[in-house]
Design a protein around this ligand. Structure first.
Ligand code: FAD
Length: 310
């Protein structure tokens, strides 16, 4: 059984899977408080936010919001959007990268289509010196996502990386299998609703596993993106980084989400650590926003306050 404290998280995540709730959420727009976590509805809204972060010495990445797409024309629209983003961002002088969800590339329809679309985006990105990370979604997509990542690396794309989730039992083995590739790995705890058959139900176990994955990744020869807002995880990583080849060779960075613990990026930069903040944008922000609420149900209070203010 999941612990009682996990209930609000499960409940909020369940509403993000309900199409009616998604439509209601979208209709009430940024007024619900999403503007705290999302830079706006268009890339033009997002770029000034990226610029301001760059002025504070903070690297950024952006992702257009939208969940799994269900037909080929929608997939094609997403791929074109990425090509336009690459073109638009290429002219910006600051350090920027992109992330993409494999289901947005058509993974649910056809794995080969998703791979070919990743190739198209990475080819455009490589020409402009941009990096594009393939994100990790629900556990049922992990095998296919890792296969796509491996194929991209075999095809010579070094401007890409992958994400591993500490809540999955399988992740330690996945990380060890990737290490010979010197992968660029983002380590996260995991944001989806997963059954106890595949994921640790207790936070303490997820945290323990996260620290273990940090140790394994930092001892390898790849690049590690430490994506967590958890002070205990961050301090664990900082202790491991001290005097390590990964630190000496600049093969790590902390990654944080826009609007979550907003003082944290500056504090880490002041301590001499590279930091990259994810700044999402787009009209389909509701599911992303729901996930941020689920991580910290206290954020609901913030939403209620913005509704009262109107
Ligand atoms: P938690 O234990 O959840 O939180 C630690 C502390 O951080 C909390 O006590 C609180 O103080 C603060 N905090 C955390 N979340 C919030 C919030 N929403 N609002 C306010 N305070 C908060 N997950 C995936 O499954 N796939 C991905 O590809 C993916 N990419 C990510 C990229 C980045 C850069 C980050 C930072 C996260 C990503 N995630 C991804 C989400 C991740 O899996 C977690 O759901 C999320 O980061 C919360 O876990 P945490 O490590 O911050 O620790």
């Amino acid at each position: 059984f999941r612990s009682l404290s996990a209930l609000p998280r499960d409940l909020i995540l369940a509403t993000t899977q309900n199409q009616r709730m998604v439509r209601v959420g979208q209709r009430w727009g940024m007024r619900l408080g999403a503007a705290r976590f999302v830079a706006g509805e268009t890339l033009d809204d997002c770029i000034p936010v990226l610029q301001r972060l760059a002025q504070r010495g903070i690297r950024t990445y952006t992702i257009p919001l939208g969940e799994s797409v269900s037909d080929r024309s929608e997939v094609e629209r997403v791929v074109r959007l990425y090509e336009q983003m690459v073109e638009r961002l290429a002219h910006e002088p600051f350090d920027k990268t992109l992330s993409v969800k494999p289901t947005n590339l058509g993974l649910v329809l056809d794995e080969e289509l998703a791979y070919e679309n990743a190739v198209r985006i990475l080819t455009a990105a490589r020409a402009e010196g941009l990096f594009v990370r393939v994100e990790m979604e629900e556990s049922r997509h992990v095998d296919a996502t890792l296969r796509i990542y491996r194929r991209l690396r075999e095809a010579g794309f070094d401007n890409t990386g992958v994400v591993l989730q500490a809540y999955l039992y399988r992740t330690e083995a996945d990380l060890r299998e990737l290490l010979p590739l010197d992968p660029n790995v983002r380590l996260v705890k995991g944001a989806y609703l997963e059954p106890a058959a595949v994921a640790f139900p207790k936070k303490a176990d997820v945290d323990r596993n996260y620290c273990k994955l940090v140790d394994i990744a930092l001892a390898g020869g790849g690049f590690t993106a430490l994506a967590t807002h958890d002070d205990a995880m961050i301090e664990h990583a900082i202790a491991r980084l001290a005097g390590s080849p990964a630190a000496r060779e600049g093969r790590y960075e902390f990654q944080l989400l826009f609007g979550v613990r907003s003082q944290l990026p500056d504090r880490l930069v002041e301590r001499g650590h590279p930091v990259r903040v994810c700044v999402p944008y787009g009209r389909d922000w509701y599911v992303y926003f729901g996930r941020r609420l689920a991580e910290r149900p206290a954020n609901l209070l913030f939403v209620l306050k913005s509704m009262v203010r109107g």
